[in-house]
Design a protein around this ligand. Structure first.
Ligand code: ACO
Length: 377
């Protein structure tokens, strides 16, 4: 059966999933049955992982078991650490270091989809934290088993005491962005695993897709824009000049949402809670002001496009408030999304068929071959 070509596969349904439903018109996101605003600010990250992998929340015993299992897998193979050291010495971007390190995770470990899924989730914070410390001329910290996943993420980057409020802020962030339908990186992972390749390969490909500024690379530039604006009075002038140069405003617009991205609201509420007691209130107020002006200007300059705030705008603000360096925003996103990637891979392996669309050939036909080489070889 042939269907019409859709630019960028917009509107094409390429998989069935029980993991998340993105309703772009209503601005709603359901994560395995739960509205994002219901579950993300309350759940432990390990609960979200269980929900995505097994289709239901864990009971107390299951949660304890999963938490213990993940925490036992935090150590990295020795060559992985050596590779991260090399990547840090070469000042590579954190997402490049993550992609390379993930490719080595099979070393010394048995292969099975479930094993890979667990190892991947457990290893991401160690990889990101070790790389960041090495980039800053600090030695990586030894893995610890006594912390929850979120506490461990913060510990790996900063060391020392983690702080409950900060851990809650990061948990809400990770839960909010852990899965989101067939976004580009998840699609990449599903395509790879649909050939019955392995999860390490699929997640390595997904990291490459997430890195791009049209997907997971937007929050750094979104924060830069807020800093560049500096004071609310300058917002309109800076935004107009960006649009006049043909630039996109990072943190606005979405392929699916034609209403406000519900994840932006969850993260805005978390950021508000956090900045009320622990962060820079002026920065929070400035970001709200920038958002208001950006939405007004986009509506005026791009009428009919229905461009609204996306998740990345408040990701930038919240992660900055939590002290996460801008260079790690996208890899922190990956620490969350690997839950969704692995769950989609497991679902694809269970229920899916080889993903192999067609292309429309638009080149010439009937050309005559004439070689410019002297001999046959
Ligand atoms: N700023 C200015 N104009 C925009 C923006 C924006 N952020 N987003 C879309 N537009 C404009 C485009 O220029 C285009 O206008 P035109 O037809 O007059 O040229 C129109 O809106 C439609 O844009 P498309 O590129 O067709 O929209 P698409 O669905 O392909 O893109 C995307 C979605 C990539 C997210 C886009 O909105 C964008 O580039 N946003 C900024 C980057 C960003 O925030 N990315 C994070 C997305 S969330 C996530 O991936 C987790």
């Amino acid at each position: 059966m042939r269907t019409e070509k859709q630019s960028g596969l917009e509107g094409v349904v390429a998989a069935s999933t029980r993991l998340s439903r993105v309703d772009g018109e209503a601005g709603q996101l359901i994560l395995a049955g739960y509205a994002v605003e219901e579950i993300a600010p309350r759940a432990r990250f390990e609960e979200m992982v269980h929900l995505l992998w097994y289709g239901r929340l864990p009971d107390a015993g299951e949660l304890k078991k999963l938490t213990a299992d993940l925490s036992s897998r935090r150590g990295l193979p020795v060559p992985t650490l050596a590779l991260l050291r090399e990547a840090a010495q070469n000042s590579l971007p954190a997402m490049d270091a993550l992609r390379m390190a993930v490719g080595t995770l099979r070393l010394g470990r048995p292969e099975s989809p479930e094993e890979d899924a667990r190892t991947l989730i457990a290893s991401f914070p160690t990889i990101v934290g070790a790389f960041w410390r090495l980039r800053n001329s600090l030695e990586p910290l030894q893995p610890r088993r006594d912390l929850t996943h979120v506490e461990y993420c913060l510990y790996q980057i900063f060391g020392g005491e983690v702080g409950k409020q900060r851990a809650r802020g990061l948990a809400t962030y990770l839960n909010t962005v852990c899965d989101h339908g067939l976004n580009a990186s998840t699609f990449a992972a599903r395509v790879i695993v649909s050939t019955h390749s392995d999860l390490i390969s699929a997640v390595t490909g997904a990291i490459g897709a997430l890195k791009g500024p049209l997907h997971g690379g937007a929050p750094g530039p979104a924060l830069d824009m807020v800093f560049e604006i500096g004071t609310p009075e300058r917002a309109e002038e800076v935004i107009l000049s960006k649009l006049a140069r043909g630039e996109r405003l990072m943190g606005f617009g979405h392929r699916i949402y034609r209403a406000r991205d519900p994840r932006a609201d969850v993260l805005a509420a978390e950021a508000e809670r956090f900045y009320a007691t622990a962060g820079d209130r002026d920065l929070y107020a400035l970001a709200r002001g920038v958002e208001r002006v950006a939405l007004r200007v986009l509506a005026e300059r791009k009428p009919g496009r229905r461009l609204d705030t996306n998740v990345e705008f408040y990701t930038a603000l919240l992660l900055h408030g939590l002290g996460i360096p801008k260079e790690l925003f996208t890899s922190t996103f990956a620490i969350a999304r690997v839950a969704g990637w692995t769950a989609h891979c497991l679902e694809q392996l269970r229920d899916g068929r080889l993903i192999r669309p067609e292309s429309e050939y638009i080149g010439p036909v009937g050309l005559r071959f004439e070689s410019s080489a002297a001999g046959p070889n």
